[in-house]
Design a protein around this ligand. Structure first.
Ligand code: ADP
Length: 491
């Protein structure tokens, strides 16, 4: 099968969070299974050019229709750790992807409406006719709309679209200008409740809704989150749309790329280990302590790695720092704030805790350091407000770092409580789960994990090793995506 992934991220060249990991890992898995896979991405000025091999121009003069005229673009091509990627670079005074960030501009909806248009135009003029176009998140929601309303009539009749929603929080709310820019134009037609009109704002269109309505198959990234999306308010107003399209909606758990996330070969950690020589993990703990100037003592090390966003339960992340310190543990936080208010809060905490030999707060995005932290820590906390899938708990499990998670979304599909999970045998349990979104609930689970570390180190070690035995690779999700592609391809 010939599959084209279109997304705003692909790790490690463009990564703000889990989306990048998923686009890369899924593409790799699909290629291993004998498919041809290409990835189309924006060419951001701030992406990691050092992670691209053989970058060259593949299509020098791509003229993308935009409003009444066109925007001159170049398409570059290169390999990102073996995956063939095309990068679209517009030469326009709008400076779409030359702003020093991936997301966060007021014009984001126009930047990605343009990217969607350019990606489709590139496929069209370069005569690429994939069997499957796989789009991700709101940034590419207009692609199936344009494909089935416009490009189909230009001859792209056999393409089918799988649309994956990684996060319902950001949906791409725009005005008619996005329709006029992309050439969809007919605003009366698209401002229909059954098409793109936002469910709660009559004056706006919603890219993600367009993706749901027009794609051949829609999924979110875990079975439990798919259920939450339909039956709770977590889909941020799209519940009814999902209900209407329930026959083509499902949940597929993300996988982890076990070539990237593997403590037996990870180039960024101090000592390689597996379940068979688990004791070697301690060398990583020592290395991290040295690197971050933490004291070397017989204490458990707790970590948080992730974006610092309301979604992630930041107040509980904050609480877990002080709770851990009070219980005599060490805490390492690696986080990228997504809002200035959260940023200044954690900078403030950092300055307070700067000289504490048991705590380190690192406020940046640092892929290499993240690997060492996963390998070094004993416990990882993931107290999310909501979590479509969550990769950090799965990475923790892979690295023998026991997860303490809130029981929502993909977290509940992957972590099974040591004390209370009746549906799993004791030898199948792998972490600690709490449910309420308050500090008492967090303390009850984090407290139980610390009790086990202090009072029964052997049992704690056994729990960590049980977690390592889980297969959260792309193996199973790869089967599921292939089945979906096959299914929609023959429609
Ligand atoms: P989300 O997609 O909501 O950000 P996930 O748990 O699905 O969360 O994926 C997070 C991914 O991003 C993981 O690979 C994690 O290691 C990585 N990550 C998040 N924040 C950082 C950071 N500040 N530094 C390094 N890696 C990070």
């Amino acid at each position: 099968m010939y599959i084209v992934q279109i997304a705003s991220e692909c790790a490690p060249v463009i990564k703000a969070g889990g989306l990048g990991d998923v686009v890369y890992g899924l593409s790799r898995e699909l290629e291993i299974r004998g498919n041809t896979v290409e990835i189309i991405l924006p060419m951001y000025d701030c992406m990691r050019y050092d992670q691209i091999w053989g970058l060259h121009d593949a299509y020098r003069d791509l003229y993308v229709p935009w409003y009444g005229g066109s925007v001159h673009c170049s398409v570059f091509c290169g390999w990102v750790h073996g995956r063939l990627c095309f990068f679209i670079q517009p030469h326009s005074s709008d400076n779409f992807f030359n702003q020093g960030y991936y997301y966060g501009g007021l014009d984001d909806y126009m930047r990605f409406a343009f990217f969607s248009k350019a990606a489709l135009e590139f496929l069209f003029v370069s005569n690429k006719r994939p069997d499957i176009i796989h789009c991700h998140d709101w940034q590419t929601g207009l692609i199936p709309v344009m494909l089935f309303e416009m490009y189909k009539w230009h001859g792209m009749t056999n393409q089918r679209v799988c649309y994956t929603i990684h996060n319902f929080k950001h949906q791409g709310i725009a005005g008619a200008d996005a329709l006029w820019g992309t050439g969809l134009n007919n605003d009366l037609y698209y401002y229909n409740y059954d098409r793109l009109r936002d469910n709660f704002n009559d004056t706006a269109i919603n890219f993600m809704k367009g993706g749901i309505v027009y794609s051949n198959y829609v999924n979110t990234v875990s079975p439990h989150h798919a259920w939450e999306a339909r039956f709770s308010d977590i889909s941020c107003g799209l519940g009814h749309t999902l209900e209407l399209h329930q026959d083509k909606f499902g949940g597929i758990l993300n996988g982890l790329d076990y070539h990237v996330w593997n403590p037996e070969i990870d180039p960024y950690i101090a000592a390689h280990y597996s379940a068979d020589n688990f004791a070697e993990k301690a060398i990583n703990k020592k290395a991290l302590r040295e690197r971050l100037l933490l004291r070397d003592a017989d204490k458990p090390l707790i970590c948080y790695v992730g974006r610092l966003d309301d979604q992630k339960g930041v107040h509980l992340v904050h609480h877990s720092i002080y709770y851990s310190l009070n219980r005599g543990a060490q805490f390492v936080l690696l986080g990228s704030p997504t809002e200035p208010a959260i940023g200044s809060w954690f900078w403030h905490e950092k300055s307070h805790l700067n000289n504490n030999p048991d705590c380190h707060i690192e406020l940046s995005f640092n892929e290499e350091l993240a690997h060492l932290i996963y390998a070094a820590a004993d416990i990882i906390v993931v107290p999310s407000n909501y979590e479509p899938c969550g990769l950090t708990q799965m990475i923790g499990l892979r690295y023998g770092t026991v997860p303490v998670v809130r029981g929502v979304g993909g977290l509940i599909d992957t972590v099974f409580d040591y004390n209370y999970d009746d549906s799993h045998l004791p030898e199948e349990r792998n972490g600690f789960v709490f449910f309420q979104l308050d500090s008492n609930a967090l303390e009850s689970a984090l407290g139980r994990s610390l009790d086990l570390w202090y009072k029964s180190p052997k049992d704690f070690r056994q729990l960590a090793i049980q977690g390592m035995a889980y297969d959260y690779s792309w193996n199973n999700p790869g089967d599921k995506y292939m089945a979906i592609y096959e299914h929609i391809r023959h429609k």
